[in-house]
Design a protein around this ligand. Structure first.
Ligand code: SAH
Length: 342
């Protein structure tokens, strides 16, 4: 019989699973704290439990961990990129960035990705499986322990489409924000989606208070469908309607990501069209000069086109930033390290 994935259980579930072992009530709190607050990787690290109990726990439960396969540290800005091995031949990557306000981790939510965006290295090799809540948590515990720092911010922008692994991602969010665990504020968490429309409505209704980022990357369906197959399922009109609903229900602004590709989506006309699409919305636009992953032929927009694009959007009253490039010397963008390994 397979063992129970203990670090995917919330407090109530843990209590229930432990009830079969007839332990005193306070044990649940102790074990929960070892798992979620201290982030231990083995039952043997739970030093206030008897050896006997630790052995019993090992028989019934497993703590999912990851092993550091590769670690790269940027000489430019200290960004750290990890390739973790979850089990034999299964790799995920994550990146830890240092900002003025603290350490932010970009985690993966799936092994591979189904969405097939043409510019994205995560699409290479296709989709393997969803990550469990415990596996997403273990990216954080492993990186944090290795670096010896406390992580205060999370972005779900690594490999995978978080809204395509909806239930596990929601469980992860509730565990990572639990005050008896890592206690990371929802306000410090961003979730990025390529536009899984029905889930955007569901997420809005949960009113979690996290930041929603939407990978838009184009001002119209013709351009968007050329790089993002998801657009054939839910087109831009439907997507924008869902985004407007999200901002109305949550009063939180949406961050639209727009990867700037030279000669493809970066003309003055594209900027005008984008401005009219988003006009009046509670939102922010984050321009990302596209990263040329070896496997595609897209190149970054020229400096001049980016400036021109910003000017036009700002003239229409929109707020725009250009994403800071961190870790540019270490393959720090989505899926690059994993793709190399595979
Ligand atoms: N599946 C989610 C989250 C993962 S990707 C999503 O699509 O939003 C995180 C962000 O990086 C997305 O906006 C994605 O479109 C963008 N991205 C992927 N590859 C890129 C590349 N080569 N250059 C610039 N941005 C890229």
């Amino acid at each position: 019989m397979s063992k129970i994935d203990i670090r995917s259980l919330d407090f109530e579930e843990l209590n229930e699973k432990l009830s079969g072992l007839s332990l005193p009530k306070y044990r649940t709190g102790q074990i929960y704290s070892w798992l979620y607050e201290k982030g231990v990787s083995s039952f043997d690290d739970m030093t206030n439990l008897s050896k006997d109990l630790r052995e019993k726990l090992t028989e019934v439960f497993e703590i999912k961990n990851c092993r550091i396969d590769t670690k790269q540290v940027s000489k430019l800005d200290g960004t750290v990129k990890y390739l973790f091995e979850l089990s034999e031949g299964e790799y995920v990557e994550c990146v830890v960035m240092k900002y003025k306000y603290g350490y932010s981790i970009c985690i993966s939510t799936q092994l591979g990705c189904k969405m097939g965006c043409k510019f994205c290295a995560s699409a290479i090799g296709g989709f393997k499986r969803n990550l469990t809540p415990s596996e997403m948590l273990s990216e954080i515990y492993t990186a944090s322990a290795d670096m010896g720092v406390k992580i205060s911010h999370i972005v779900l922008m690594g490999t995978g489409e978080p809204l395509d692994n909806y239930d596990n991602v929601l469980k992860f969010l509730s565990l990572v924000t639990d005050e008896k665990g890592l206690n990371i504020s929802m306000r410090h968490i961003s979730l990025s989606t390529c536009g899984v429309v029905p889930r955007i409505y569901e997420l809005a209704d949960k009113k979690l208070g996290l930041t929603l980022s939407v990978s838009l990357h184009a001002p119209n369906d013709v351009i968007r469908s050329q790089t993002m197959p998801v657009n054939d399922r839910w087109g831009i009109d439907e997507l924008i309607r869902a985004c407007k609903y999200y901002t109305q229900v949550t009063s939180r602004r949406i961050s639209f990501e727009y990867a700037m590709i030279d000669g493809f989506n970066d003309s003055s006309g594209n900027a005008e069209e984008l401005a009219s699409l988003l006009s009046g919305m509670l939102c922010h636009i984050n321009l990302i000069p596209v990263n040329n992953v070896r496997e595609n032929n897209y190149s970054k927009s020229k400096e001049k086109s980016i400036k021109n694009f910003i000017n036009i959007l700002e003239k229409h009253g929109l707020t725009v930033t250009v994403r800071r490039t961190l870790g540019s010397d270490i393959d720090a963008s989505c899926g690059q390290l994993r793709a190399k390994k595979l």
